[in-house]
Ligand binder design. Structure first.
Ligand SMILES: Cc1ncc(COP(=O)(O)O)c(C=O)c1O
Length: 361
């Protein structure tokens, strides 16, 4: 029998979350962001749930090819554009729209031989200081692109650094609007946090990533339930053993947890080699038979331990929910587990390892 760990992808949740994005910005078109193999969920597995999107945004040409292989004929946007000149050949062949964020990419386009001009998204660095032309350099980049026969339509884009937090987006929106005021073309500004928290930003296209997968971009200020998002991934396993401890007994490597009295614990077939974060300390939430419990001791490679006090009926074989949907619809948000590990839901969903079998619910 295989190890009982399994990840489950929920297409109904993906469709629900995408509908939430639409309801939030009904006048905008929606990119479903599926980079990093759909944030670890698997492009092929999320495709049905997200197919009502107006387009898919990602980074890897190989992932774009996988989308075309699924017979997706609509827009695909390469969020970082070409990494080398020959990428443009595939853009021509697969009709991929691509971001242009530096002058080298404009040079490559100028030398690219194509019969069909490309749709490009010219990216402004409005304050994130990652990719893009500064506001001062933006206009001349636009003019260069506009003069190229290889370029069809130019859309304008920027990305927010603080849409999820206190600093907000106003300074970046102002920089973007000032520098683009009289330039034609569609605009793409908002990511999940921006479209949830700053829904009135003027934008023709939004880029919904994390919210599509049911994680709150601004956790812990808001939980996924606050935004009415549903988990698109469940990581579940089973108890494979139990132990009865006495006061003074310790659990796991480094004896990081000491029982203060009699305590029954369960051993779960899940460890950091499955992608569960080793940084989760005792007290990380976990469901056993749908009942909320807490982990004890250090996470090891293949196992972790859980305090079974809230669920005395638990036995080897009992279902354990590491995150996502419990057996009777209870929800353990991935964001809570991520917070216990000092990270964010994004990282956990991307980190589930290859040895974990994944099914579509
Ligand atoms: C350029 C760009 N747009 C959109 C997104 C989606 O962001 P989120 O997952 O926070 O919605 C990302 C993700 O990092 C991105 O890099």
């Amino acid at each position: 029998m295989p190890r009982p760990i399994q990840a489950l992808i929920h297409p109904d949740a993906l469709a629900h979350n995408l509908a939430r994005a639409r309801a939030q910005v009904p006048d905008a078109r929606l990119w479903a962001v599926v980079k990093a193999n759909a944030y670890g969920h698997g492009i092929e597995r999320v495709f049905d749930g997200l197919r009502s999107a107006d387009g898919f945004a990602l980074l890897d040409l190989a992932e774009a090819q996988r989308l075309r292989a699924l017979d997706w004929r609509g827009p695909i946007l390469l969020l970082e554009g070409a990494f080398e000149p020959r990428d443009l050949e595939l853009c021509s062949r697969l009709d991929l729209w691509h971001v242009v964020h530096n002058t080298q990419q404009i040079d490559w386009l100028a030398q690219h031989k194509t019969h069909t001009p490309h749709r490009v998204f010219l990216k402004m660095n409005s304050g994130m200081n990652r990719l893009g032309f500064t506001p001062a350099a933006f206009r001349s980049a636009w003019a260069r692109l506009n003069a190229l026969p290889q370029v069809d339509e130019i859309s304008l884009m920027t990305h927010f650094s603080d849409a999820d937090g206190e600093r907000g987006v106003a300074h970046q929106v102002a920089a973007f609007e000032d520098a683009t005021r009289d330039l034609p073309g569609e605009r793409s500004l908002s990511n999940s946090a921006a479209l949830l928290r700053h829904a009135t930003i003027k934008t023709d296209w939004v880029r919904a990533g994390i919210m599509s997968y049911g994680s709150a971009p601004d956790h812990p200020q808001h939980a996924a339930a606050y935004w009415d998002l549903q988990p698109a991934m469940t990581l579940r396993s089973r108890l494979i053993g139990t132990q009865s401890l006495q006061a003074g007994d310790t659990v796991g490597y480094g004896s990081r947890f000491t029982a203060s009295g009699p305590l029954r614990i369960g051993i779960v077939a899940c460890g950091y080699a499955d992608g569960y974060p080793r940084h989760c300390d005792s007290g990380t939430p976990i469901l056993v038979d749908g009942v909320r419990c807490a982990t004890v001791g250090r996470v090891s490679m293949d196992m972790l331990a859980v305090d079974l006090t809230p669920v005395p009926t638990a036995q080897p074989g009992s279902e354990v929910t590491l995150w996502g949907r419990g057996p009777r619809g209870q929800v353990l948000p991935i964001d809570e587990v991520a917070a216990a590990a000092g990270t964010i839901g994004y990282e956990l969903m991307c980190a589930v390892t290859a040895r974990v079998p994944v099914d579509v619910a």
